[in-house]
Design a protein around this ligand. Structure first.
Ligand code: GLY
Length: 346
């Protein structure tokens, strides 16, 4: 039986550990506070194209493959843990306020259509039929039925119940034992394994009210974008800034912008309770794609998932399990190996 040490207990590390344990490996996850990093802040949108940029073809293919795996991943996890993970299939409403916003939104819609997805263009009146609480003054938008969501905090809770976690911080890989060590430490992977992963700050707010929104809403407002991710219990996650900053401060300006955008899209949200303001760090890489593969014999990395860690968890976990124990999914992550940066470490 192989022993595996997974360094990092976010959604990626825990998913990898769960999949490896299912292959008969003896797995320990090392993290002083599992799920307290990017996974605690993430909204949980499973939008295989919504968070990618034009031209990121290989990344989009991986995102779509992972999206395809999410229903089974969520079902298995829910069944094995006996815990709900908040998997919802209500889709995403893309909404635009001005002609320029609609032009930007339509570029995304055309790109999605060129990839074989089927976003459905909607007039303002049709948007409000799908979500009557949207502000009336909108130029138009689209409905993306294929988008899904989960609640990352519930995913972490379910995964934690199924894997062995040792609550300690690892600052030196020589202090963990295993036939294989997997580094899944998000931003900390830079110092641990010399990888070009940098923190990209994101600020979010969470609101809570009596009525849940019907779908995720991604708004284009006078050149700004904002997403509203509703949970069944009335929570709405409003995100997110994207800042090349290292401080973890929640700033008045960011909270103001997020709340203003949210209320401009759905005026009723002004009456909701403001329950959390947060700043977290996405593990960004030079090309926005994750770093998954063997760094050297016995050392595998699965990190740098930037804006897409929750979406990419199933395919990452399956691929790492195959890298460690053998199997075809290892091929899926060949374009994302650590060697592609030519030894660059920052
Ligand atoms: N995936 C959402 C974000 O990075 O803000």
């Amino acid at each position: 039986m192989k022993t595996v040490a997974v360094v990092g207990g976010g959604v990626i590390g825990l998913s990898v550990a769960w999949r490896l344990a299912a292959r008969g490996c003896a797995v320990t996850v090392y993290d002083p506070d599992p799920g307290s990093g990017a996974s605690h802040v993430a909204a949980g949108m499973l939008a295989p194209v919504g968070e990618a940029y034009f031209g990121e073809t290989e990344l989009v293919a991986l995102m779509r493959e992972s999206a395809r795996r999410w229903p089974a991943f969520a079902a298995e996890l829910t069944e094995q843990a006996g815990l709900d993970v908040g998997y919802r299939t209500d889709g995403t409403l893309l909404v635009a306020r001005t002609d320029d916003d609609l032009a930007e939104l339509n570029r995304l819609v055309r790109w999605q259509a060129s990839l074989g997805l089927t976003p459905q263009p909607l007039r303002a009146s049709e948007l409000r039929e799908r979500e009557p609480r949207l502000v009336p003054r909108l130029r138009g938008g689209a409905f993306v039925a294929d988008d899904r969501q989960v609640d990352p905090r519930l995913v972490v809770r379910a995964l934690r119940s199924l894997v062995r976690v040792e609550a300690r911080a690892v600052t030196d890989l020589s202090t963990v034992d295993g036939d294989v060590v997997v580094v899944a430490a998000g931003c900390a992977s830079a110092a641990l394994a010399g990888l070009p992963v940098r923190p990209v700050k994101g600020q979010l707010v969470r609101l809570r009210g009596p009525v849940a929104l019907r779908a995720v809403i991604r708004g284009y407002l006078d050149g700004r974008t904002v997403y509203l991710v509703p949970r069944a219990d009335g929570e709405v996650v409003v995100g997110a800034t994207s800042e090349e900053r290292l401080d973890g401060a929640v700033t008045a300006g960011a909270v103001l912008d997020l709340l203003r955008s949210a209320v401009e899209l759905v005026p009723d949200l002004a009456e909701y309770e403001l329950t959390e303001t947060q700043a977290g760090f996405r593990p960004g890489t030079p090309d926005n794609a994750p770093i998954i593969g063997a760094l050297r014999p016995g050392l595998v990395v699965a990190t740098g998932h930037y804006r897409n860690g929750v979406l990419l968890a199933p395919v990452t976990a399956d691929a790492v399990a195959d890298l460690v124990t053998g199997g075809p999914d290892a091929d899926l992550v060949k374009p994302f190996g650590p060697d592609r940066f030519g030894g660059r470490t920052g």
